[in-house]
Design a protein around this ligand. Sequence first.
Ligand code: ATP
Ligand code: MG
Ligand code: MG
Ligand code: MG
Length: 439
Amino acid sequence: MRLSRYFLPVLKETPAEAQIASHRLMLRAGMIRQQSAGIYSWLPLGYKVLRNVERIVHEEQQRAGHIPVLMPTMQSADLWRESGRYDAYGDEMLRITDRHGRDMLYGPTNEEMITDIFRGYVKSYKDLPLTLYQIQWKFRDEIRPRFGVMRGREFFMKDGYTFDLTMEDALHAYNRHLVSYLRTYERMGLQAIPMRADGGPIGGDYTHEFLVLAETGESEVFYDSEITDLKFGDREIDYDSVDQCQAVLEEFTSRYARTDETHDEAIFAEVPEERRRSARGIEVGQIFYFGTKYSESMGATVQGPDGKPTPVHMGSHGIGVSRLLGALIEANHDDKGIIWPEGVTPFHVGIVNLKQGDEEADAACEALYKSFETLGLEALYDDRNERAGGKFATMDLIGLPWRITVGPRGLKNGVVEVTCRKTGESEEMTPELAVEKIV
Ligand code: ATP
Ligand code: MG
Ligand code: MG
Ligand code: MG
C-alpha cells in the first residue's frame, strides 16, 4: 500500500476522552472512530488488524476440529423466553420491536439460537460430538462502555458451542478449547493465563477465564508467579486425544490463578510467599461447561445408545476478538506508539522515502516495495511529500515491526537503513539484504 493513496487519518493531539494507552493509540493511529458510546467504525488500519486477529482465531478453531457457522445478530425474543433468559438478562440486552410488534433483540450471546439449530437437525448420539462456532458482532448495553474497544457495546466475539452425549465427553471438549485458546493467544504474541472463574448462577467448577496481565485491566487477579513461565510453544497436539488435552489442562491450571470472584485467601496462603502475586488483568476469553441447562429447557435431546432420549451436555466458549486489539496494544506499546507483534501486524514493513522526488530514492523504494509484493509480504510505503520527522513519527505510532529508511546519502554507499520497532536498533545494509532480513 502506498500511503499517498491510503486512508490513515492519524491524530496529532491526544484525544481527551481516552483514559488508557490502547484507546488513545487506536484513536491517534486512525484505527477506530467512535460513532456513539461504545460503538465504533473500524477504519482501514484497525480493520486490517481486526481481520488478522479474526483469521488466527478461525485457523486455531478449525485446527481443533470446530466448525464455523454464522448466525444473525438479530434474534427473536421467543427463543429467549424458552430458556427463561429473556427476563433474566436485564438491561444489558438491547430490545427492539419490529413493525409487526414482534419482540426482537440484538444478540448478546447465542446459546439459545445454537440450541435451536441443534435441536432442529441432530437426533442421534451418533452425530456427536459436535462443536459449532461463529465470529459475529454482539451487543451488550454496558452500563459503562469505556476504554474504547475494550468495553464496547457493539463488539466482535468468537462464540463456540459444544454438544456431547456425556459429561465426560463435554469435559474433553472443554479441555480442547483450553488448548486451542492457549495456541490462539500465543500466536498473537500474547500471554493469556487461564484462571479459575465464577460459574455465576449456574455454578460448577468448569469455567476458566483467560486473562492478559495489564495494569489497566478491569479484573483483579491472584496467582502463583510460576504460571507466567508456562508456554504452550510449538508442541504438536492431537486434539482427539483425551489424555493429551487433559495433560495440558493440568499443566496450565494446577497452579494458583484466580479472579477476585473465586479468590480464596486460605488456599492462596499455601503458595510460597515470594511467588504470590496480585495484579490486574484483561479478560480476553472464557470457557464454560454448563451441562444440560439449555438442552433441558429447550428440548435439545438425542437418542442415546440405549434408545432413550437424552439431553445433550453443552459448553460455550468465547474469545473477545475486538477486545483483543486493546489487550494487544496494552501489552505492546511505548511512548511513541504501538509495537505490533508479527502475527497481527497490519503491514509487515514500512518503507520511508527520505527524499520523495529524488530519482534514485524513488527507484530504490519502488524496487523494495515490489520485492515485498512478490514475496507476499505487505509493505506500507510512505511516498508522501513530507518531512522525514513526520514520516518517522507516523511509522512509530502505527507500530509496524520493521522500517526501511531510504535516502540519497545512504544509496550513494549502496545501503538503506533497517530499524526494528521493538528494540529501536538500526542497521545499514544493501536493499537486498534488508529484504532478506525482514522476510
Ligand atoms: P466482562 O466480564 O468483561 O464483562 P463477560 O464475562 O461478560 O466480560 P463473556 O460473556 O465471557 O463476557 O464473553 C466472552 C468474551 O467477550 C469475554 O471474555 C470478553 O473478552 C469479550 N467481551 C465481553 N464483553 C465485552 C464488551 N462489552 N466489549 C468487548 N468485549 C467484550
Ligand atoms: Mg460482561
Ligand atoms: Mg467476565
Ligand atoms: Mg466472561
